[in-house]
Design a protein around this ligand. Sequence first.
Ligand code: NAP
Ligand code: ZN
Length: 348
Amino acid sequence: MYSTKAYAAQSAASPLSPFSFERRDPLATDVQIDILFCGVCHSDLHTARGEWGSTKYPCVPGHEIVGRVVKVGRDVKNFREGEMAAVGCMVDSCHTCENCKEGLEQFCSNGATFTYNGPDKHTGGHTFGGYAKSIVVDEQFVLRISDKLDPAASAPLLCAGITTYSPLRRWNVGKGQKVGVVGLGGLGHMGVKFAAAFGAHVVLFTTSPGKTEDARRLGADEVVVSKNKDEMNKHANSFDFILDTVSANHDLNAYLSLLKRDGTLTLVGAPPNPVPVAAFSLIAPRRQLAGSLIGGIPETQEMLDFCAEHGITSDIEMITIDKVNEGYDRMLKSDVKYRFVIDMASLS
Ligand code: NAP
Ligand code: ZN
């Protein structure tokens, strides 16, 4: 075991503060990574503040991790000391169930081990994430990022990227389709970039009129301020697919009514409280409401390779780790363009 510095929340009510804990020394198939950058996801905030009700403290969030390999176990085949590497939302799964065999480790029937707040098979405690100097991960859960991409701006691809890429692929979003993205935050701005890259006609729904120009620059063909009922009504019954990335409770029926026959509204945003859905929003004209959780390891690598090929990264604001609590408060006010990334060199 070795000690690593980090930032942790000690309770739902306490801000994140300096903390240190022990990581395991790399086992035969493990990769040890010095973390250079870690993105700040709204899930980090939901978890640190106990909003989903399942947080174990102390909580070290962070699942958008990019760093350099500093040590590998003797059986590691795909990574070498000195290379760049990345870790997303998962660090382990059973490898034997049907979901794992299909590369959908996030749905592991025996329970995937998430990068933080998950049961740690090695220590018996819970996992600690990427707001830390170092991490040790089985190589099967370590991703490759191209040197063509900026490493800091690539960090958010590990969650915001795959979480939007996966449903857009799953529902075959592409040319000739009208696709909506709800919310221009960390996930939403990646959703706009990917939907545009896949050739769809992209409409961004926002509560922040000030984000209109950015949304167009990021790839949206149209921008709708969702508080404006007339603007919303103009799009009734017209969408093939809508991706909802909103982190707070809001009216889903307003978006369901914009879907055409057999259209799908997929939720990736995870507000803490249930939301009412009117039966008539769905039954005619035969609409669907769905959800999606990050993406499996093979698809995450596919997404990173797609990003390298198309020059796609996240639009980021780099912060030092002592500004992370301020970052959370700004994220809650939808005031981030469009993802905070912590420069881990600031943690000493
Ligand atoms: P974020 O950067 O805070 O973006 C959320 C966006 O939602 C905001 O920028 C804002 O966009 C909009 N919004 C916020 N409050 C709203 C309200 N009251 N009504 C309507 N719109 C509102 O968060 P994120 O990191 O993208 O994460 C978004 C959600 O996805 C979180 O709940 C997170 O936990 C969840 N998540 C899910 C998965 C998954 O696998 N399913 C993975 C990662 C994250 P505008 O200013 O444009 O309105
Ligand atoms: Zn996330």
